[in-house]
Each structure stands twice: as C-alpha cells, then as structure tokens.
Write a protein that binds this ligand. Structure first.
Ligand SMILES: [Zn+2]
Length: 204
C-alpha cells in the first residue's frame, strides 16, 4: 500500500501551536522542516488562516525589500517552535520542570518584546485573533501561535496532548475525543499504516 502524496502542511493537532510544532515534520520516517524559508513560513500562516492572501503577498513583497528582517523572523519562529517542542517532549511530570521553565521564559520573551495591538478579525466565516505589530512588520507574526500555547498552559490541558503512536512520527495532537482514545496523528497515514500492519500480522 502506498500513501497518498503528502500535502505541504498538515493541520491535525487540534491547536494552532501544535500544528506549528508539527511543521517540523517527518515523511516516511525522514525528518523534514516544512518551513525552511520565509516564504514557506508565510505560506503556513496563510494556510493556518492567520493571515489572508493580501497580507501574505504584502509580507512577501516586504521580505524582498528587507531580507534580513524576514530571515530574523524565520529564525525567531523556528527558535520558538523548538522551545514548544521541548515543552511537549520533555516538559511533563516532576522531571519536566526545567523544560517547562525554559519554555515559559521563551514565551514571555516573545510576548514581552511584541509591541502592537491585539485584534479579532473575520476571515471568511470565522474569527481569528490577530496581532498588528507596531514598527517591525515581521515581529508579531508568531504572537497568535505563542498565545495558543499560553491557552493550553492556562487551561492545564497537557494531559490531553499526545505524540503520535507511530514511533517514527514526531507529530503532536490534542486528543479531544470523548473516550480519550485518539492514538494517531492522522488515520490516513500513521493510523492506516498501523491498521495494515495488524492485518498483515494476523494473516502471517
Ligand atoms: Zn503520526
């Protein structure tokens, strides 16, 4: 059985920040950073419906004028992503205090530096939180992602966040099922592979 061609980005996490962490992905067991360039980062923000097409093309134009600013924004986004991944992978239980403290410090560094206005905006038929930065146009892009992580921290919902049961798969998701039995990031890929494996084992 072969998997269908993978889409550029997957939104299976159930939380914005988990989907962002999952941009540091793996395909067929090989690690793959799907936002390895500023343009890809903008593409992701648009796919996540954090910005609309007009803002995305304005950002791309601005990146041509200010390549160093765009690169810095990408480096910052990936740094935050690493801190959030460390929080997910090492920040649980009694032994996770150091990772939790580091992630919270990183979150507060980002929130503390962001100067701008929080807004709620309608994109198509839904509402999204946005952040309109003052000065640095690239600076606030990551804010809604960080705030989504803050929401999870404040709600104390970490016991619901899981790593995909496929050991080669680095994806995280919130298990929002009533039975708390979600095990796979995606039934079409990892879940499907596991099902096929069980079937093969039964037939052997
Ligand atoms: Zn998976």
């Amino acid at each position: 059985m072969t998997d269908a061609p993978a889409p550029a980005f997957v939104f299976i996490g159930g939380r914005l920040w988990l989907d962002f962490v999952n941009t540091d992905d793996a395909r067929l067991g090989i690690r793959l950073d799907t936002i390895d360039a500023f343009d890809k980062y903008v593409e992701w923000l648009e796919a996540a419906e954090l910005i609309d097409a007009a803002r995305a093309s304005a950002l791309r134009r601005r990146a041509l004028d200010q390549p160093s600013g765009a690169t810095a924004a990408l480096v910052e986004a990936r740094r935050i992503r690493a801190a959030l991944r460390a929080l997910l992978e090492r920040g649980r239980g009694a032994t996770g205090q150091t990772a939790r403290d580091a992630a919270v410090a990183e979150i507060n560094r980002v929130l503390g530096r962001a100067v701008g206005t929080r807004r709620v905006d309608a994109i198509d038929d839904r509402y999204v939180r946005t952040f309109v930065p003052v000065g640095d146009v690239f600076g606030g892009l990551v804010i809604p992602i960080v705030e989504s992580a803050v929401d999870s921290l404040v709600r104390g919902e970490f016991d619901r966040i899981r790593t995909c049961a496929d050991r080669r798969c680095p994806r995280h998701f919130a298990d929002d099922t009533k039975s708390h039995t979600r095990r796979w990031c995606d039934m079409r890929t990892c879940g499907n592979r596991a099902k096929a494996q069980r079937r093969r084992r039964r037939q052997a």
